[in-house]
Write a protein that binds this ligand. Sequence first.
Ligand code: ZN
Length: 144
Amino acid sequence: MSEQCVFCQILNQQAPCYPVHETRYTKTFLDIFPASPGHCLIVTKDHYQDIFEATPEAISMVGHVSTLIAHTVKQELQCDGVGIFQLNGAAAGQTVFHYHMHVIPRNAGEDLAIHSRVSGDPEELRAMAERLSRRAAEMLDGVD
Ligand SMILES: [Zn+2]
């Protein structure tokens, strides 16, 4: 764990988040600067800076859960598409240096921004987290 890391603070319940799902190895919550409504982040419970530090097991768990979260947002939001990606290093656009995957619902005609510059409305984020966590509980039943 790293004290300055905002994802570690969330994992240690020292910072708030809008939770969607949790397994033994991962936690999924909403990006508070959503590129689109329902933008999820899947993070490892252990602190790894990036793909070069993370273990193959951690990367594989994040990949597995990300796929299921993609199904979750597609089902719940009926979006046209889903972007799944992760960034390593400042040069690649990584802004939080704790390994994580983005799952972003996409709809035809919207621009393909990676991050929004404005934070999401807290009420909307809360409502979205509720919708997605309910759906994820069904879709990811038994995934631990
Ligand atoms: Zn961290």
